[in-house]
Design a protein around this ligand. Structure first.
Ligand code: ADP
Length: 613
């Protein structure tokens, strides 16, 4: 035993038990008031100044730590009073029904405390708990009940154990309810002695006072744990969450909200005005209005009533935040007043839901309807015009045979255009449904496919020169002859559409095996000297309905479906597509396919449709 400990023990021995108990009672009283104060504090919004809700979860408030110290003192003093080597509190776990030792304990490690658990039906602890009767265990080494809870493993020789009784009193201080919440153990009488009835009496007196504090402490601990869980839940919410207190300062802000507003990890937004931290005027305005509404609910209700009466539909509160990459994100802002148990307003909570994708789809739908209507009407106008002209010339007086033939050719071309558009739409719908693209896999001569595309496309323009640049001159790959032609048709057609003239080159290379393509690959490109694409547009290539906002591109009709289909068809080959482009200079649309397909067997079972376009 070290000297300090010996001195302390001597001091304790020299104090009378009565002194000690009154000392301890004072301590318990202090604890009681500390506890009710601390419990009052738990309803306050978190603000420990550490920048975020997660930081709070890691760092318990001071009162909790103080409480822990006070309990530690309690077990230590109890051990001293009955001259025990160890003192530990066991409490019945509500969920499992077991008696579980709780820290802090005296003379036991945290690990030992954590591992000390016993069902109430068993052991010495269980017996004291069930009977609510104190007991002395004289010889733990040879006791069955002690063995059941493995007391020997903790070096226990003997014990005095009392139940922890919590009593409820009426206004006349009569006990109206009594319950046992656990047991208090003092193990191993010092100096080789044995526990006696006097120890039981002392411990019972102590336990009566201590039980209430312990039960409150446990409740407090539970409240804190619940609070931590809540904070962690809020922290991991995908939606942004900001709680603004009555002073207009941020009381809580979760990780998503910090990310949304690009708040530095080192910045500490808690307790600072929201407008200053968020630096977003539109958002601050929405928040200001919501806070005003919470503060003046009557005025807000009146206004709402008036709006309903006038048939005014309030716009959904939305904000747009642009990130460093210039991508815009749209958030819906929802708010609600937060009240404490006494219904006093303690702040306003804001939830930010990312609705970028929803808005994008809505915009796409609107654009789609207008684009498709336009694209459907465009071929209909010449069809109707030429049919009318032919009908009017019933007797074939005005137009020669060749003229009429030309009209029929134009009508046929426009009908083909309509047909292509409709099959593009059907194919997109099919891909969207996840119905897959059935491939008629075979060894396809890619050079022949390119030649055939050039032959068809050449007739479309006399301003463009279509060339082929293959290395080696001809090669094969495992593909579907219709689908590879469809891909090339789309790309060559775009190259012609989006350039005023000049060369359109189909590049083909057979490449050596590499890590990703163990059987070699086919690299294909369609190069033009046209209007090109901006960096931002290049990123969006292949997105459904994407059309560049560039004026020159907009002047040409289109649906924004062609490249989406190309990308899907290339992916059906287990290949990739990408674009190299410079605004005003031209573009090359590249794609790479494996020379041999990796999982041919599986794909062959799928349905085929897409090649029809
Ligand atoms: P569409 O041509 O029917 O609009 P696509 O999906 O084929 O649809 O092309 C999408 C968009 O990509 C086009 O609207 C155009 O802005 C751009 N684009 C496609 N090909 C080229 C090209 N060769 N040069 C420049 N821009 C192109």
């Amino acid at each position: 035993m070290n000297k300090d400990r010996q001195k302390k023990d001597e001091r304790f021995q020299s104090m009378s038990y009565e002194d000690e108990i009154s000392h301890l009672k004072q301590e318990i009283e202090r604890l009681r008031s500390e506890l009710s104060e601390a419990r009052g504090r738990t309803v306050e919004p978190a603000s420990n100044g550490s920048g975020g809700a997660s930081a709070e979860a890691a760092d318990l408030p001071g009162s909790f730590a103080e409480y822990d110290i006070a309990l530690k003192r309690l077990v230590q003093r109890t051990a001293m009073i009955v001259q025990a080597e160890k003192c530990v509190i066991m409490v019945r776990d509500k969920e499992t029904g077991d008696l579980q030792a709780r820290s802090p304990a005296w003379g036991m490690t945290d690990e030992q405390v954590f591992g000390y658990r016993i069902p109430v039906e068993n052991g010495f602890s269980g017996e004291v708990f069930r009977a609510s009767q104190s007991q002395i265990l004289v010889n733990a080494i040879h006791d069955r009940r002690a063995a059941e809870e493995n007391l020997q493993a903790y070096g226990v020789r003997n014990s005095v154990t009392v139940p922890l009784l919590v009593e409820k009193h009426d206004e006349n201080n009569r006990v109206v309810e009594q319950s046992t919440i656990g047991v208090l153990h003092c193990f191993n009488k010092r100096f080789g002695g044995e526990f006696v009835d006097e120890d039981v009496r002392l411990l019972e007196r102590l336990a009566r006072n201590a039980a209430a504090v312990i039960s409150n402490a446990i409740m407090y601990q539970e409240v804190m744990e619940e609070k931590q869980k809540l904070v962690q839940t809020l922290e991991s919410l995908a939606s942004g969450l900001i709680l603004v207190n009555q002073k207009g300062n941020i009381a809580q802000i979760n990780a998503s909200a910090r990310k949304m507003f690009h708040l530095d990890a080192s910045a500490n937004p808690v307790d600072k005005p929201y407008a200053e931290i968020l630096q977003h005027e539109a958002c601050s305005q929405i928040m200001r209005r919501a806070i005003d509404d919470c503060l003046n609910p009557e005025a807000a209700a009146k206004r709402l009533e008036q709006e309903l009466h006038d048939g005014v539909q309030r716009p959904v509160e939305e904000i747009t935040i642009v990130n460093e990459d210039e991508d815009a994100f749209i958030y819906q802002v929802l708010s609600a007043g937060v009240r404490d148990a006494a219904s006093n307003l303690i702040g306003t909570v804001f939830i930010f839901n990312d609705i970028t994708a929803i808005r994008h789809v809505e915009r796409m739908k609107t654009e789609f309807v207008s684009i498709v209507s336009h694209e459907l009407r465009t071929p209909l106008t010449p069809i109707k015009g030429f049919v009318r002209t032919l009908l009017d010339d019933e007797n074939e007086e005005w137009y020669a045979r060749e003229d009429r033939r030309e009209f029929y050719i134009i009508i046929e071309q426009q009908v083909d255009r309509l047909n292509r558009l409709i099959s593009d739409l059907l194919n997109v719908a099919r891909i969207e449904r996840g119905a897959g693209i059935e491939m008629n896999w075979q060894q396809v001569n890619i050079r022949n496919a390119a030649n055939s595309v050039i032959e068809t496309q050449e007739a479309r323009s006399d301003k463009h020169t279509l060339t082929i640049d293959f290395e080696p001159d001809t090669f094969e790959a495992e593909s579907d002859p219709d689908i590879i032609q469809n891909i090339l048709h789309n790309l060559v057609s775009n190259a012609i559409k989006y350039s005023e003239g000049g060369e359109v080159r189909i590049i083909g290379r057979l490449e050596e095996p590499a890590e990703e393509y163990p059987d070699g690959s086919v690299l294909m490109g369609v190069k033009d000297n046209g209007i090109g694409l901006s960096e931002g547009d290049v990123k969006k290539i292949g997105e459904k309905f994407f059309r560049s906002s560039n004026k020159q591109a907009r002047a040409v009709g289109g649906t924004g479906l062609g490249l989406f289909l190309v990308k899907s068809l290339v992916a059906a080959h287990h290949g990739v597509m990408w674009v190299e482009s410079e605004l005003g200079k031209g573009s090359t649309f590249w794609f790479r396919l494996p020379a041999k397909q990796p999982k041919q067997a599986e794909e062959n079972t799928e349905n085929k449709d897409v090649s029809a376009s």
